[in-house]
Design a protein around this ligand. Sequence first.
Ligand code: MSP
Length: 480
Amino acid sequence: MKNKFYITTPIYYASGKPHIGHAFTTLYADVLARYHKSLGKEVFFLVGMDEHGAKIAEKAKQENKSPQEFVDEISKSYIDVWSALNIGYSDFIRTTSQKHKETVSEFIKKNYESGDIYEGVYEGLYCVGCEKFLTEKELINGVCPDHLTAPQKIKEKNYFFNLKKHLPEIKKRIRNDELRIRPESRKNEILNIIDSGISDFSVTREKEKVRWGIPFPYDESQIIYVWLDALVNYLSPKDFWPADLHIIGADINKFHSIFWPGLLLSAGFPLPKNIFSHGLFTINGQKISKTVGNTIDPLDMIKKFGVDATRYLLLSQFPASEHGDIKESEFEVKYNADLANGIGNLFERVFTMLINYRIVEHPMSHKSHKICESSDVEIKKTENKYKNYIENYQIFEALREVLLFAKKLDGYITETQPWILAKNKDKKLEEVLNYLFCGVEKIIEWLELFLPEKAKIAKDYAQRIKSGDYPEEKLGLFPR
Ligand code: MSP
């Protein structure tokens, strides 16, 4: 399959409802999936839920529910939010599905048959919140830095994966970008982890401790470790593997960039081609947490700003190569500046002039369209930058370029003063309006990935003007 593009998001823990952190990653992938679709590729966009493990079983118990009942509810809440956010995924995988359980058993058998799984005893620390084994070095003041809780001290029989055997190959592939990790800083982070020594990891947990999971086929006392269970989800669209792009947060880079390639090499699968590991954000300066009370429900944002503006507001905060902070109070400021008074106002101004001046029946005549498509330096420059950014997964930067171009168009209006040209019946008016129309059409095209509904409305409106069927109503894209 030559022209395919397979993109994934992490499968989120079905331990609580989605917040804007989960929405951010999924939107990120949605935009890139739409971009590759727009290039005419056959895109497979996989999302889903990680439904096994001790953490989920504990949560279900707290709510007096069976684990299955509990994950059914949580997964539904994710499906609802993805639909509200207009996420165009191809499949929603759940790790409690029969098919997934079979794929995982088959996969671990391949690791076992390669001689890469051995029995041992794990004695050390485990953070249930992360579902991860920790070393003393990783703690800050004795607690897990991500969950601010003391990890469990455990000693249990586990089966281990011989990661050491595969490290040289993993390192080689990462170094030469056969497995391309971006941004560069996250690639270096991974190479440093490998260089500073990383031990084999457990691929099973004792059933006594963790009941909610997939049985290990070779020992009844063991359950497959939730991370192996989760990673294998990516193999589910068989015809599409290897993935062209895994989108993940920086918190789970090690699992995707070291453990996952190791498991794949051992089982004889090709490695994913690209991993993009974006920065994480805090809200109002603090980690997103229910206890702090700073979580933001994407559905609340949609109620306030609408779907497309929510998509825009989440994706335009800061470059994804860095960690960032989101200030809730600034959403409204940004909405007004970039959308209502920015893009929305520009479109309104340009369309209103086109309607009012009706200089020609078909302002976008073939000739003038050609002029703006092929020879306008500013448009070409913006388009090249925009494309280059998107190809390099730099969504913030791509959006910034579009907004900058919109500002330039605004400046062009101020400079050329079409209302004076109209008053003086100046021939230049046609050229000016054609250029503005052309610029607006380009902005609509560029924003389609981010604002699919609004872009469609604006496109239809522009089309009516183009065909001389001048709308009477205002466009009103982003109400103030
Ligand atoms: N279940 C595992 C992933 C398994 S993938 C094979 C998991 N789940 S999670 O629910 O904890 O989701 C973590 C991911 O959610 C992050 O990697 C990131 O994509 C997203 N985010 C969660 N909080 C976030 C922020 N505060 N900021 C940005 N993204 C965030 O780990």
